[in-house]
Design a protein around this ligand. Structure first.
Ligand code: BGC
Length: 388
């Protein structure tokens, strides 16, 4: 561990950090304060912390960026927040600049988890602690801490919600009445995102027994993660693949899609569009295919309220941001952040001490209790499908 270096890095940053758990604007905030500052900002007593987020095309990362920035500022730091438009060289460059500008710590949600070894070596050489945010940075000894959700469990929840939608399971997890066979198709995220593998293995461990028993059938036969992956988590890519799957396996036969495992709301919306373009209509109550999701993006929450998308997984970005702030503050106070998992996340070089948070399955009937009552989205936002 580079504990001593952190002590050095933290010298002069002996603020008494009271960590208000990211009480800033709502999760849906997309105001321009999230825009990159580009210059590293002026140093305050706490110093500047670099925050590298992957993209602003998905609202979760905007919310993450806002919440981390607010939390760090409340803890007495300046923040250099950058988004990289899902472009790997851009993100590498942004992190290089942060290091050159003398940030005291880095919080990074990587685009490609294997592409930052050079930057992380430079950070280590400069004594800068690195916190991997939500996505594990791989193939580097210089990742100091990881804050994330229980990603395997997220996959279990995605598959569980698909089974609940089909009636194979009841919402309480007990066996339902439906025996199938049901036609399902499977999607995974971007192969360069470590999370995609955890989500898919959690999902497939849950679905495989039903595939083996014939309750679920995958007409395309595409089940390997390489076959079902979606580069950069792109909505259009998922829509195109769903259209191709329909053309190749369903159109012209009496086969119908009953359900789709989707690991992210953006993909879910692409999949739903492809289904609608191919004659599937109405709501899940009328037989529209069951489509899962992730992130509780507002457009998908509305689709769930309207009975079109069946479920999503809520990962409270405010809580994740608060953990990242806690970890960064610990390092700059010369302490080690507290991990609650020191076994699961091997990045290829070492097991990275992690703090894992829990996620929840969102169905139409718990949007209010999970998302509105917690202040994540307002009733108006759910009704309009647009973040205000
Ligand atoms: C995150 C998910 C998100 C996906 C696409 C993953 O690394 O964990 O929450 O849906 O990236 O942005």
């Amino acid at each position: 561990m580079k504990y001593r270096k952190f002590l050095a890095a933290g010298a002069g940053a002996a603020l008494a950090f009271t960590l208000a758990a990211c009480s800033g604007g709502g999760a849906g905030d997309t105001d321009s304060s999230a825009e990159p500052t580009g210059d590293g900002g002026a140093m305050t007593e706490g110093g500047t912390i670099g925050v590298a987020m992957p993209t602003q095309t998905s609202e979760r990362w905007i919310a993450d960026g806002d919440a981390v920035k607010t939390g760090l500022e409340e803890a007495g730091f300046e923040v250099d927040l950058q988004f990289a438009a899902d472009d790997i060289p851009t993100q590498s460059q942004q992190i290089d600049n942060m290091i050159t500008n003398g940030v005291k710590a880095l919080i990074i949600a990587a685009i490609d988890g294997t592409a930052l070894s050079g930057q992380l070596q430079a950070a280590a050489d400069a004594g800068i602690p690195v916190i991997s945010y939500d996505r594990l940075i791989r193939d580097s000894a210089n990742v100091d801490f990881y804050v994330t959700f229980d990603n395997y469990e997220v996959g279990v929840q995605q598959a569980t919600s698909l089974l609940v939608g089909l009636g194979v399971l009841n919402a309480d997890g007990s066996e339902g009445d439906a025996a199938g066979p049901f036609n399902v198709e499977l999607f995974a995220g971007s192969l360069d995102d470590n999370n995609a593998h955890f989500f898919y293995s959690g999902a497939m461990d849950t679905l495989q027994p039903y595939i083996d028993s014939g309750v679920l059938v995958v007409p395309s036969g595409q089940m390997d993660i390489e076959q079902v992956a979606t580069l950069r988590w792109q909505q259009e890519t998922a829509q195109k693949r769903m259209e191709d799957l329909l053309t190749a396996n369903y159109v012209g036969s009496d086969k119908k899609v009953d359900g789709v495992l989707s690991p992210y709301d953006g993909l879910s919306r692409g999949i739903i569009t492809a289904l609608q373009n191919n004659g599937y209509s109405g709501t899940t109550a009328d037989g529209f295919p069951i489509v899962s999701g992730q992130d509780a993006e507002i457009a998908s929450v509305k689709l769930i309220a309207d009975g079109i998308q069946f479920s999503t997984i809520f990962k409270d970005t405010r809580k994740l941001a608060a953990q990242a702030v806690t970890a960064a503050s610990a390092y700059l106070n010369g302490e080690e952040p507290e991990a609650n998992d020191t076994e699961t996340y091997d990045n290829g070089v070492k097991v990275v001490p992690s703090y894992l948070l829990e996620s929840d399955i969102v169905y139409a009937d718990n949007i209010q209790s999970l998302l509105v009552d917690s202040g994540y989205w307002t009733e108006e936002e759910v009704a309009s499908g647009v973040a205000s």
